[in-house]
Every structure is written in C-alpha cells, then in structure tokens.
Write a protein that binds this ligand. Sequence first.
Ligand code: UD1
Length: 380
Amino acid sequence: MTTNKATNSTIICVVGARPNFMKIAPIMGALHALDSASPINAFLVHTGQHYDTDMNHRFFEQLRIPKPNVDLEVGSSSHAVQTALIMQRFEPVVDEVQPAAVLVVGDVNSTIACGLVAVKKGVPVIHVEAGLRSGDRTMPEEINRILTDQLSDLLFTTERRARENLLREGVAETRIHFAGNVMIDTLLGHLPMAVDPHSLFRQISGARLFRDLTRYGLLTLHRPSNVDFVETLKRLLTTIREISETLPIVFPIHPRTQRRIRETGFGTYLDTPRILTLPPQGYLEMLGLMKNAAVVLTDSGGIQEETTALGVPCLTLRENTERPITIEQGTNTVVGTDPARIQAVFTDVMTTGGKAGRVPEYWDGYAAERIARTLSEWLG
Ligand code: UD1
C-alpha cells in the first residue's frame, strides 16, 4: 500500500470522546487562522463515541468548536463493535470528501478506527499527541497509541521523550515533530473564563459544607482498571472516604463509574456530607474546580497534564503513566491504588504543599499554531 502525497487542501479532523474536544478546538482555530495564501479547509467529523450533553455538547459550546460536518453517531458498545462501527461509517465520508489527510488526536477508539480507515485508502494520517507510552498493554489506550503511531505519516509530540519512544518503534525521524501540548493551548485560553467553584457549590442544595470551604480535594475516576474491578473500586472508595475526613472531596462522576457504583452498592462509601458527588462537569466548571483544588486525585491522562500546567498537586491513581514529564517536571506523583501509599503521599502534600513543579517546554499556548504551520508547509 502506498501513501499518496496530499492533492488538495481539505483535512478531515476527527473527534469522538470527551478528551478529544479540548485537543481539536485549538487545532480547528489555528487551521482557520492560517494565511489565505496557504489555506487549509478543516472538515470536522464527530464519531459520536461520546454523545451525552454532559460528555459532549457542553464542550462544543464552551470551547466554541464548530458544529461537526458529519456525526457518525456510533454511541457506546464493546471495543470491537464500537471500533468496527466507526470504521464502517467513516469510510464513505473519506470517499466523499477525498481529503488530503486525516488528522486524529489522542488515544481513544475513534483515533485508531479513523486512522486505520484512512491509511488503507492511501490517505495520509496525522497524529496529534503521538509517542506517549505507559508500557501497560492492558490499557486499551496503549494499544490505540502504538497502532495509530505506526500508521501515521506525520506525528506531533507533546514532550521530547515521545520521540525516543517512536524511534525505538521504527518510526522515521522525519515524520516526528515536537509541537507542544494543544490541550494546554485550550487551558491557557480558557483560564479567565473558568467557573468559580463556589458559585457552582452555591447552586447545589447538598453542598452546604462546601460553600464556605477554602480547601477541598478533587477526584475523578473512570479507568476500567480502577472501576471495573470490584475490589479495586472498593479499596479506592474506602481510601477516599478516609481522606475526606481530612479534606472534603468533590467527585464529578463519569457515567461508567456511576454505573459501577450503582451495580456494586458502593454508593454508601460516598454517603457523607464531606464528599460532594456531581454529574460530569463542563470544561469551564472542571477548570475552575482543578485550579482551586488543594490536591487532585485522578486516573485521567489529561488531568495529569492540566494540573502540571496549573501547578496543582496531582496524585495519579494508577500504577504507571504515559505522561512521564508530569512526574519529572510537573506536580504529578503516581500513587497506584494501595491505600497506604495514597495516604502517605496525600499527607505529604497536605503538610508540604507537594512538588513545586514547572511547566514543560512548549506547553505555552502555541502548540496548535506550530501544528498548523507545519501542515501548511507539508501540504505545500
Ligand atoms: C473513553 C476512552 C478513554 C477516555 C474516556 C474519557 C477509549 C478506549 N476510551 O473511555 O480513553 O479517557 O473516554 O471519558 O476510547 N457513556 C455515557 N454517555 C456518553 C458516553 C459514554 O453514558 O456520552 C457511558 C456508556 O455507558 C459507556 C461508558 O460510559 O458504555 C463508557 O464509555 P466509552 O466511550 O466506551 O469509554 P470511556 O470509559 O468513556
């Protein structure tokens, strides 16, 4: 199979799930802002992997992402069915649009599914956030990362270590471009609009304790490895309950986690006025909650980076991370799911304020501009 050089200036940009939205928003903006002498027409395809107002529509509104040109409306199902459905519905779009390239972001099922369709049709694939590796092949995202990078023609990285990972896997050096972190473009651009958490707490009847609080912790949990195993989920929720005795916890709950908590009856661990459970929050609400938190406990990849950019201590409730720069330079500590380890690092953060951290290179608000410039030259 050959990869044809681009022949026109339309790039299909793909989004599917919540963590894609903050990555695609600045890219769409930067492509749109390109010089009229070298225009790129961005054609937005939404796979519909996430579809709820809380997980989807609110992000389009808050981040002012243009309405997708096409919505594949695939919804939730097993990995195989979801990936297959995306591929089946994406193929005719590629046939119709005949793009110069397909641009995918991150590591969700939509990323690999659309990349695979494109490469098999001889359409170049551009991967933004390439080269991140956790080394943990039980993570569905790790498989998506490795495969997407293998089939991509242009790979944009967020940190220098990613290049080493790609070279080790045989990716040609000329394809790799260190552009920085587009998610941080979105964060920096929206900080002034972040919702004050206290205005959020005032609207919630069960949040009386939180209205006058100066310090709270923020929790997010959604990794299958944490929420799909009864013992792990129980251990984590028990630990959070204990931590909440020291520091009240705000917990916006992902739909997958909500379902597991309902099925297991573990809601009792959260049944205290010192834990505030919320539905999934919008981008600006979450930004305000993160920025003002004393500490963030999470298993999200994106939040590890966002807390590093904000200088807020982060405890990652996983055994590994694909974002080592947040450990080496940022405010992140990988604590796993062992209660003693979580408690020890939490206590340290409460007493010392946690790691000082610094903002990594090129997490400066201009990553999407660098990507757009490179694409414009590449399309030539
Ligand atoms: C997906 C991504 C993960 C990302 C996460 C962010 C993959 C393999 N995983 O995981 O990398 O960190 O998104 O949220 O692509 N659901 C709803 N409404 C929605 C979407 C999902 O209720 O709008 C529920 C459904 O019950 C679904 C479950 O959440 O079965 C999980 O959704 P799914 O997209 O399969 O995976 P996530 O866990 O969200």
